[in-house]
Design a protein around this ligand. Structure first.
Ligand code: APR
Length: 238
């Protein structure tokens, strides 16, 4: 879990990652195409209304996503972030539901929007299970006998881990924003918690909106931009 108290001798580096972090691992981003996510409108598969209307479609959709994650590999961007742990107290705060940061070896990862490899009870949201990459089917139930759902934050649902994420960003010396369009709140608002003197970098071929002074934009894909930035940070900031 995350210790808020930073190991005194290390600078704290916080990575805020989004779908672009996993794009080069073959996992589609959300807003590249015309608002479709793997041929589905997100409203049709990632909302409580969708779950109430057609739970089987929602389960099938996430079963497909999960298979994709199992078939994907961490990319050079994920691996470069692990290198940073040699010299920095690194916290990854991701909007991604895949487990590529963990599989690359990152030690402190916080999933604001949940995890595709976890299921949870529909009777008690605190009952969370590791699904070991298995599909969730109708009729799969929790220990209370209620239907299991993906442990993912759908549009319109609360983002409880913001309470843990905000204080981590508030103590950052360096923030690296990678592969997120910063259009979905509250996650998109996290950058504003960074201290005024924190150094902020963006690695993204697009142009996410960050209204903070002196943000350094590296308009590169993750697999190119992150390794270069990591090499520079390890050489200069430690
Ligand atoms: N390397 C780095 N960045 C990339 C790459 C790449 N190879 N390819 C695309 N990007 C950038 C895009 O320029 C864009 O800024 O990644 C970002 C992807 O933005 P979105 O598709 O909006 O993904 P994200 O910001 O993670 O979406 C946030 O919205 O749908 C919900 O809950 C879902 O967590 C998701 C949230």
């Amino acid at each position: 879990m995350h210790q808020h108290t930073r190991p005194s001798n290390k600078l704290r580096l916080v990575v805020l990652s989004g779908a672009g972090m996993s794009a080069e691992s073959g996992l589609q981003t959300f807003r590249a195409s015309d608002g479709l996510w793997e041929e589905h409108r997100v409203e049709d598969v990632a909302t409580p209304e969708a779950w109430a209307r057609d739970p089987e479609l929602v389960l099938r959709f996430y079963n497909e996503r999960r298979q994709g994650v199992l078939a994907a590999e961490p990319n050079a961007g994920h691996l470069a972030l692990v290198e940073l742990e040699k010299k920095f107290d690194v916290h990854i705060i991701t909007q991604n539901i895949d487990n590529l940061h963990e599989r690359a070896g990152s030690q402190q990862v916080l999933h604001l929007h949940g995890k595709i490899m976890e299921s949870r009870s529909t009777a008690d949201e605190l009952l969370v299970y590791d699904n070991h990459g298995e599909d969730i089917q109708m009729g799969d139930t929790c220990e209370l006998g209620s239907q299991l759902r993906p442990n993912i934050v759908w549009f319109g649902e609360a983002v409880p881990l913001m309470e843990q994420a905000a204080p981590i960003v508030a103590e950052a010396d360096v923030v690296m924003v990678v592969g997120t369009s910063l259009v979905v709140y509250p996650a998109a608002g996290l950058v504003q918690y960074a201290p005024a003197n924190a150094k902020i970098f963006v690695v993204d071929p697009g142009s996410p909106k960050i209204n903070r002074p002196d943000v350094e934009v590296i308009a590169e894909k993750a697999t190119l931009g992150i390794p270069r930035l990591v090499e520079r940070l390890l050489r200069t900031l430690t």
